[in-house]
Design a protein around this ligand. Sequence first.
Ligand code: GLV
Ligand code: MG
Length: 287
Amino acid sequence: MLDKARTLPADQVFLDLEDAVAPLAKEAARGNVVAALREGGWDDKIRTVRVNDLSTPWTYRDVISVVEGAGEHVDCLVLPKVRDAAQVIFVDTLLTQIEKTLGLPIGGIGLELQIETARGLVEIDAIAAASPRTETLVFGPADFMASLNMPSLAVGELNPDYPGDPFHYVLMRLLVAARSHDLQAIDGPHLQIRDVAGFAASARRSAALGYDGKWVLHPDQIEAANEVYSPTPQAYDRAELILDAYEHATSEAGGATGAVMLGDEMIDEASRKLAQVIAAKGRAAGL
Ligand code: GLV
Ligand code: MG
C-alpha cells in the first residue's frame, strides 16, 4: 500500500497510526511510518501522519517517535478526535520542544485537526484558533456519527428517514470555523470503497458548500475527488472572464467603474471575489 500510494495522483498522503492500526500493532506501526517517510519517493505530495488521539496512552510517543525519526520528512501531523483547544496547545508545545532539540525550523510541522465528536464541534472555534500550526480542519463522519448515536452504519450517506442532508449542519459549521481562521476545510472518508458514484455524490455536496477536498481511502476514489473539487472548464473560463472584465472596468481605460454589465450579468467587487475563488482552484488544477 505504501509503495502504491507513492505513485497515485493524490495531493496528500497520510500514514495512519490511529484507527486503521490495531492496538497490538501500534508500536510496530510507528517504525513502519518512520521508515516510509525516510525512504522518500513522495514527490510533491504533502506528507502527513495521523497520531492517536489524546484520550489514548499512545499520542505523546507517536509524536516523539515520528518527529525524532523523520521530522524533516513530515509536513503535518493529523490530530484526531480533537476535543478542545488545550489538546491542540499540548501537541503544539510538544512539537516545539522536539523541533528545538533537533534544530528543525520552529513551527515547521503543521497540524490538521479532525472534528469528529459532538464535543469537538461545540469547541470548534477555540480549537481552530488554538495554534498557528493549524492548516486544516477535517470532518470525520464515522466517529461523528458514533458520537451522536446516529442510528446508521452508512458513513456520510444521506438517510431516507431524514428529509434533508443530516450532515449539512456539521459541514457548514466546520467550514465557517475554518474560513474564519483562514484554514482549509476537508471532508472526511467514504467507507464504501466500491461505490465510486456514492463517493462522488457525497463529495459534490461538500464541494458545493466550498470544501477544498475530501479524504480518499482507495485509489478508485482519487479521480472522482480531483474532478469534483476542481471547477469545470466552463466555470473556470467564466471566472477568468469576470476577472478580466472587472479589471478593465475598474481601470482608468475602462472608466473606473465599480459595477459593469458582462452579458446579462452585473458584476462588481463581490463578483470579483467569487470569481477569484474559482479561478484560483482552476489554476491550481492546471485548467
Ligand atoms: C474519520 O476518521 C472518521 O471517523 O470518519
Ligand atoms: Mg475518525
